[in-house]
Design a protein. Structure first.
Length: 321
């Protein structure tokens, strides 16, 4: 029997060579993947480091602005309140007063509650919704457990499964207002509702600084009248608390500009004034698009300045807390 002389279809020495080539290609692909991954992680670390540095620098700029804004001899509108250390950095400081906002504790009385109802209605709440949330706000701060018509006392909080009931004392923070039934509707209608309120001051709204919606609510005038008044008051730059403002010196001047006689409503005189006694300094530092802000409330007495409140925030695009 003759041995077979036919050659195999493929040379036997080719198989190891093909595997080696595949192995090399696989190693190259693996190394490329590892290099790209390492590079991306390194870039992320660098970017995170740069972002941290920018945030730190922006906060430092805000603190620098605050030091200027809190100085006793600096007044609203002073050119020193705007700085530009270099082409990508800026500092902007605004000095207003807490009296430019409504003191919510002062308004939670039978005499003044209508101011809150008008304000909430101007934000889009129905009359029933506005009355209900004001009833509930009053129940939260009054000492008793008797419920206003549409309000909420401890039994209502329990029925809602809430662990905390009404405090039965004045609000100590604006965040406490969020515990009150109905405030979710207010927050939905006006996400920036906090900017309308304060817990400081004597309860008189400073008409030389306040927003039109607050003036309209307090004096019960149409919003358009209040807007016309603030447009004239704020001067050519369109901003309150700047050097070009046309400040009123007498309340009668304001009523004249609003086309309104002196209010005859009970207690209205306790709700408006033309000055702020509790300074509020807001300083914003920026590095490119990165911004950080600090807002402080001050008390000045006997030549001394005391910080009553300190709040740090990331400014919105409009530069507000
Ligand atoms: Ca109560
Ligand atoms: Ca102005």
């Amino acid at each position: 029997m003759q041995p077979s002389t036919s050659a195999p279809a493929w040379p036997s020495h080719r198989a190891p060579g093909g595997s080696a080539l595949l192995m090399v290609l696989w190693v190259i692909a693996l190394l490329s993947f590892l290099m790209v991954t390492t590079l991306m992680i390194a870039m992320q670390d660098v970017e995170a480091g740069v972002a941290r540095e920018m945030i730190s620098r922006a906060r430092h700029l805000a603190e620098s602005g605050l030091a200027i804004g809190c100085h006793q001899q600096i007044e609203a509108g002073d050119p020193l309140l705007r700085g530009k250390p270099d082409s990508i950095e800026s500092i902007e400081v605004q000095i207003t007063s807490e009296e430019a906002r409504l003191n919510v504790n002062h308004l939670l009385t039978d005499t003044h509650r209508s101011v809150l109802e008008r304000l909430f209605a101007s934000w889009g709440l129905s009359r029933v919704e506005a009355e209900s949330v004001v009833d509930a706000l009053m129940d939260f701060v009054d000492e008793d457990d008797f419920k206003h018509l549409k309000g909420a006392e401890s039994s209502d909080y329990k029925a809602r499964g809430l662990s905390r009931g009404p405090a039965n004392r004045p609000f100590r923070s604006l965040d406490e207002m969020l515990l009150v039934p109905g405030m979710d509707r207010v927050m939905q209608a006006a996400p920036r509702w906090r900017e309308a309120f304060t817990l400081w001051g004597d309860g008189r709204l400073n008409l030389n600084e306040a927003e039109p919606a607050l003036i309209a609510a307090v004096l019960d005038v149409p919003l358009t009248s209040a807007q016309n008044f603030t447009r004239h008051r704020d001067g050519l730059d369109g901003h309150p608390c700047t050097l070009d403002d046309n400040l009123a010196e007498e309340l009668e001047e304001v009523y004249d500009r609003l086309g309104k006689g002196r209010p005859s409503g009970e207690g209205t005189g306790e709700l408006v004034g033309l000055n702020g006694y509790t300074p509020r300094v807001v300083s914003i530092g920026r590095v490119n698009d990165c911004a950080r802000g600090i807002a402080v409330t001050l008390q000045r007495r006997d030549g001394k300045t005391q910080v009553l409140a300190w709040h740090e925030f990331v400014p919105s695009t409009a530069g507000r807390p």
